[in-house]
Design a protein around this ligand. Sequence first.
Ligand SMILES: [Zn+2]
Length: 176
Amino acid sequence: MNELIGGQDACPGCGSNLIVTKWESISWEQGSTDGKIVISALLPICVCRACNASFQGAQAQEKKNEAICKHLGLMTPDEIRAMRQKLGLSQAGLAQLSGLGVASIARWESGQLIQGRSNDNLLRLLSYEENIERLRNALSPQSPRTSKSFQGNALSPERMEKFEESKKHFTLRKAG
Ligand SMILES: [Zn+2]
């Protein structure tokens, strides 16, 4: 019985774990920012062997989210995971670099949650390695930009004055 699936989805009616899945083409209405849209997808439907109830489990919800992403032109969970792995980053690493929440990234990748348009745009930009490099440079304390601006401050007239004064003290002390 290879269509029996693990105990993650127990029957909501009777609690039985004797669940089989069958794939069905399902259409549903989906609310979106542009009003209601109709989406169709092949979904795994759970059927309880004990009481014959049928229901959509977690796997169906993930497939639904994937279909919604495709319909709206957003990155799918698989695409997000593949992008991150191609960059050689862990979920925590991507979170640290981008400022995105690590829990959000995990939910997007598992299909539990769909990212909004702005986060989708950010994810797309992060898929270019040169943009990752830009972020790394901007966040690094030894970045050339940071040290240049520090030099700028050091050469301001006030700083110069203090510097000259400290040189005098140094000379005096050295002489004494
Ligand atoms: Zn049942």
